[in-house]
Each structure stands twice: as structure tokens, then as C-alpha cells.
Design a protein. Structure first.
Lengths: 529, 62
């Protein structure tokens, strides 16, 4: 492999590693803040001390996760500059704005309010503390919103124009950027996936307590609130996943073809590959198990729309590469002769396909001399790695349906009041905690690996986006990040297990106790009778 | 007077909410869905958990 390719691959591996580590913490933060808000709302409404104790206990676990999530997230923003400097130069005007707003608005809001939420219990009134908790929840989700607006641009660039004089993309419409359908669908899907993650986390730990007969009253209430929160989140995440798939499929047909293992254009009504063994070298599925007629309505939301397969997508890509070559040649000419009207006209005529010409530049530095074989090779590059995208998508969807089934049972048992009798369910529940995390990671792989070979879809190929570090530097920094982040994960696990074993603190005297609805009242007498 | 000012304040809040809902509904339907959905999920989770305590209250002590 060429040294440049090795650096690009190592840069990708480094970003993937840091993002995947970071994304272990983020969804739990997004969801747990909302669950904390729900728990504290119950405390404010009922005045029962057990709900304050509950909010404080889960808040402690949230704090551990939040701290480590911030630590793993900070480096990622710097990586854009250190490892992806060409990308940052190319789209910095677009990408920088949401990231800056995220830091200045959402993260500052979240970070400031977290301190008040954790340490302000005895300093703020109930109403004010509840408001603070809601601000933490809003801040963490707004933080995700701005990141996903930036990511939405990478998936489907809107509201911008490339300036051939500065060789940068410039923002033309901030509202188009914010209201990018791709960003909207990604945000709601990711945020609600976080709700589901938090619900499964709370259910699993509550079940552990009920199984061990510890903190049973707190665990039953935590279980109830999380089960109800989780079941709606699981339904929503499936519906919103379908919406995201629909929007994303229109924007990125290559990702859709990889997700569904479609090597040839599927005429309606196409069958859905439940499982398959994609073989990218031979462009076929070595094995596939289909449900007839399902794919067309599932993916296109119609019964008569064909779904482009890899064969036609490669042909289209080859055409766009050929169309982009004169555009890229004109652009290179304009760098030295910015007032050349003929070159400007040629650039304008082909500018939509210049990104594709950059793909073939990998094999033919002078694109005007590119051979048919090189163009075909570049066209083949427009298809992302099918096997991992195909299977990551199925792992994510399968996990979502498993969680839905689990939550239906959880809600049923909780509403019937029989949850403490279902010991088999309580034993299974803690083992379900990793499932949403696996689904989240798989979803990230589908979204980001499925976008390849682009950093900005249709515009900027990944291979030109990276910085020009040495291979040794990249191996050293990648190893360092993996080691450091693995230590973070171990610390998180250690602290989580430690505080879960310790359990909730005793209720604070004077908060709900002594009131008609406080702890030590009829509720606990009933449960202990 | 205080009640009247509170009334005016909440009317103002309602108008702002309606304006935002119209703007979001037009250009950011998924964002609006997130706001409404999140509020609904929290309310249902809260109501369902309060029901748990209400049920304990209603049942006789053994």
C-alpha cells in the first residue's frame, strides 16, 4: 500500500476508534438526562423522598458517564484539525459554525447546569432544581443536535457553494444547514436511541436490585419509569430509523445498496435480504435469504419504484467521473489564471461532478490522462464496503426489535405489579444492558462507513481529506488513543460497578420524610407488609 | 393585578410556542416531532410511575 493510503487508513482508524469509544458514553448521557428529568418531575409532583433519592442515585451514575464522555469527546474536535486538515480547510466555513455553537451554547449550558444539578439539591428550591435538570437534558441533546447538523452536512451537503478562488466551500444559507432533512432525521433517531439506551440501563440495574432484594422500592419505581420511557423510545427509534433510511437512501443510494446487499438494480416488487453473505470481489451475494416483495415498500415507501443496485451506481459514477474531469482540469487552470473566462465556463459546466474526478485522481494524478481502467476502478470505489455495512445494519435493526420485545414484557409485568415475581426476567434484564450500546455502535458504522469513499458526500473524497502525517506518527498516536480510551472504559466500568454495588444513599432528612407522602409512610409499610 | 400579569405572561409564552411550532412544523418537522415526542414520553413515564404509588395507596394494608 502507498504511504499516503496508509496514512489515510490510519487516520480513518484513529477517528473511528475515538468516535466509537466516545459513542459508548454519549447515548447514555442523552437519555439519562431526560430520565432524570422525568424522575425529578415525579419528585416535585408527589413530594415523595424516594423520587429525590432515585434522581440523586441515577444522577451519580450519570455524572460518571458524563465526565468520561466529555474526556473522550474533546479530542475528536481537535482531530479534525490535526488529522483531517484538508477536510477542515475545504469545509471549515460550514463545519466550524455548528461545532462552535455546540461548544458555546449547548456544552456550556450543559456543563454549567450539571454542577448545579449535582450540588444544588440543598441550595435550590424544588422547582428551580427541576428547571436545572431540564436544562441539563436540553443542553446535552442540543449538543448532539449541533454535532449532527455538522454530520448531516457531510452526509448530504446543503446551503453552501464551492468558491474556486479560495478553494473552499462557503456557507450560503444557515437555515438550509440547520433544517437539512438529513440532519433532522439523524438527530431525532440518535437522540431517541439515547433514550432507549438509558431506559435499558436503568431497567437492567433496577432488575439487579430486585433480584438481590436490595432497594426494592426504589428499583420498582425506577423500573416502571424506565420501562414506560423505553417502550415509547423503542417504537420511536424504529419509526425514525425508517425515516432516516428513507431520507438517507435518496441522498446516498450507494449506502442504501450496501445496506441491502443490492448488486443489481432491484425492479419492483423487490425482496428484502434478511440475511446474506455479500461478496464484493465478485459483486454478488454468496448466500441470501429473502422475504419477497418487502424491500420496495420498505425502502422507497412505494410499490413501483426501482432501487438502484451496485451495477447501475457504478455506471453512473463512471459517467460523473468523465464529466468531472474537464471541470477539475478547469479548476486547476483557474488557480493560476483566475480571469480565464473559458476555464471559468468549463468549470461551471462540470462543477457538480468535480468531486468524482477527484476520485480518479488517486490513480491518475493528471486526470485528463485517466484510462478507462482507472475510471472503472474509481467508479468501483464509490461503493462502500458492503459486508460490514450490510451486517452492521442488521445488527442494529435486530437489536432494536429485541429491545422492543423485551420492553413490551417489562411494561406488562410492571403495570401488572408482577415484576418481582418474574425472576427469569430479572435475571435476563442486566444482560440486556449491552444491547443498545451494540446497536448504537453498529448504527455509527452504517452511517459513517456507508458514506465512504467520501468525507463530504459527492464533493470531497476521503483519500484527499487527511493530513500528511508520517506513518510512524499515526501508529504512535493511534496506539496512544486506543490505550488511553481503553483505560477510560475500564475506569467507567469500575466506577459504575462500585456505585451500583453501593446503591443509593439514604434519603436526606427533611425532604419528603414526615410528609403524608414521604418515605417511611404507608407506601413502604405496604410493601414491607 | 398579579394574576392579570401572570395571565399576560402565559399568553405571551403560548404565542411564542405557537409561532415556534408553526416555523418548526414548516421547515423542521422532525425537530418538532422530537420536541412533542420527548414531552409525551416524559409525561407518560411520569404518569405511569405516579400510578404505581396511587395503586399502593388504594390497596389495603396486609
Amino acid at each position: 500500500m502507498h504511504a499516503l493510503d496508509t496514512v489515510v487508513e490510519l487516520s480513518r482508524a484513529q477517528f473511528a476508534a475515538t468516535a466509537l469509544y466516545h459513542f459508548l458514553f454519549v447515548p447514555l448521557t442523552l437519555g439519562l438526562t431526560m430520565l432524570l428529568a422525568a424522575m425529578e418531575t415525579i419528585y416535585v409532583i408527589t413530594g415523595r423522598a424516594i423520587y429525590r433519592q432515585m434522581t440523586q442515585f441515577w444522577g451519580k451514575l450519570f455524572a460518571i458517564n458524563f465526565a468520561l464522555g466529555v474526556a473522550t469527546g474533546l479530542t475528536m474536535e481537535f482531530e479534525f484539525g490535526t488529522n483531517w486538515s484538508t477536510y477542515s480547510h475545504f469545509v471549515g466555513d460550514i463545519f466550524g459554525a455548528p461545532l462552535a455553537i455546540e461548544g458555546l451554547m449547548a456544552f456550556f449550558l450543559e456543563s454549567t447546569m450539571v454542577g448545579l444539578m449535582l450540588f444544588g439539591w440543598d441550595k435550590l428550591s424544588r422547582g428551580k432544581h427541576l428547571l436545572v435538570t431540564y436544562m441539563v437534558a436540553l443542553g446535552s441533546n442540543l449538543s448532539a443536535l449541533w454535532i449532527l447538523i455538522a454530520n448531516g452536512y457531510m452526509q448530504a451537503p446543503v446551503g453552501s457553494v464551492f468558491n474556486p478562488e479560495t478553494m473552499r466551500v462557503e456557507l450560503t444559507s444557515f437555515t438550509d444547514l440547520i433544517f437539512n432533512p438529513e440532519a433532522q432525521a439523524k438527530f431525532v433517531h440518535t437522540s431517541i436511541a439515547g433514550y432507549l439506551t438509558a431506559a435499558m440501563f436503568v431497567i437492567g440495574i433496577s432488575a439487579f436490585y430486585m433480584l438481590r432484594q436490595r432497594h426494592v422500592e426504589l428499583a420498582k419505581r425506577s423500573f416502571r419509569v424506565a420501562a414506560l420511557f423505553g417502550i415509547f423510545a423503542s417504537i420511536a427509534v424504529i419509526c425514525l430509523g425508517d425515516a432516516l433510511g428513507f431520507i438517507n437512501g435518496e441522498d446516498q443510494p450507494t449506502k442504501l445498496a450496501a445496506m441491502e446487499g443490492l448488486w443489481e438494480t432491484a425492479e419492483p416488487p423487490a425482496g428484502f435480504n434478511v440475511i446474506a453473505w455479500p461478496n464484493q470481489d465478485e459483486q454478488k451475494n454468496d448466500f441470501e435469504l429473502q422475504i419477497p416483495y418487502l424491500l420496495t415498500p420498505l425502502v422507497t415507501h412505494s410499490f413501483d419504484t426501482p432501487i438502484p443496485g451496485v451495477d447501475d451506481l457504478e455506471k453512473t459514477a463512471a459517467q460523473r467521473i468523465r464529466s468531472g474531469i474537464p471541470g477539475l482540469a478547469a479548476l486547476q487552470h483557474l488557480r493560476e489564471h483566475p480571469n480565464d473566462a473559458a476555464a471559468r465556463a468549463q468549470y461551471e459546466a462540470h462543477k457538480a461532478d468535480i468531486g468524482y474526478a477527484r476520485l480518479v485522481q488517486r490513480y491518475a494524478p493528471d486526470v485528463t490522462q485517466a484510462t478507462d481502467a482507472q475510471i472503472a476502478k474509481a467508479a468501483a470505489d464509490t461503493i462502500p464496503p458492503v459486508f460490514p455495512v450490510f451486517w452492521s445494519f442488521r445488527v442494529m435493526v435486530g437489536a432494536a426489535f429485541v429491545m422492543l420485545a423485551f420492553l413490551i414484557l417489562a411494561v406488562t409485568y410492571s403495570l401488572r405489579g408482577t415484576i418481582t415475581d418474574k425472576r427469569w426476567f430479572l435475571k435476563v434484564a442486566p444482560w440486556m444492558i449491552p444491547v443498545p450500546f451494540i446497536a448504537n455502535e453498529a448504527g455509527w458504522v452504517v452511517a459513517e462507513l456507508g458514506r465512504q469513499p467520501w468525507t463530504v458526500y459527492d464533493q470531497l473524497p476521503t483519500w484527499v481529506s487527511a493530513s500528511t502525517h508520517s506513518v510512524g506518527y499515526m501508529i504512535f498516536s493511534l496506539t496512544g488513543f486506543v490505550l488511553l480510551y481503553t483505560i477510560f472504559i475500564v475506569i467507567e466500568m469500575f466506577l459504575m460497578v462500585k456505585y451500583i454495588r453501593l446503591g443509593p444513599d439514604d434519603p436526606h432528612p427533611g425532604h419528603g420524610q414526615g410528609t403524608p407522602a414521604g418515605q417511611g409512610n404507608r407506601v413502604s409499610q405496604w410493601s414491607e407488609a | 393585578m398579579k394574576a392579570f400579569l401572570q395571565f399576560i405572561f402565559w399568553i405571551f409564552v403560548a404565542f411564542v410556542a405557537l409561532f415556534l411550532a408553526i416555523v418548526l412544523g414548516e421547515r423542521g418537522a422532525w425537530y418538532l416531532a422530537w420536541v412533542l415526542g420527548t414531552v409525551m414520553i416524559i409525561l407518560i413515564a411520569v404518569a405511569g410511575t405516579v400510578m404505581l404509588d396511587a395503586r399502593y395507596e388504594d390497596e389495603p394494608l396486609e
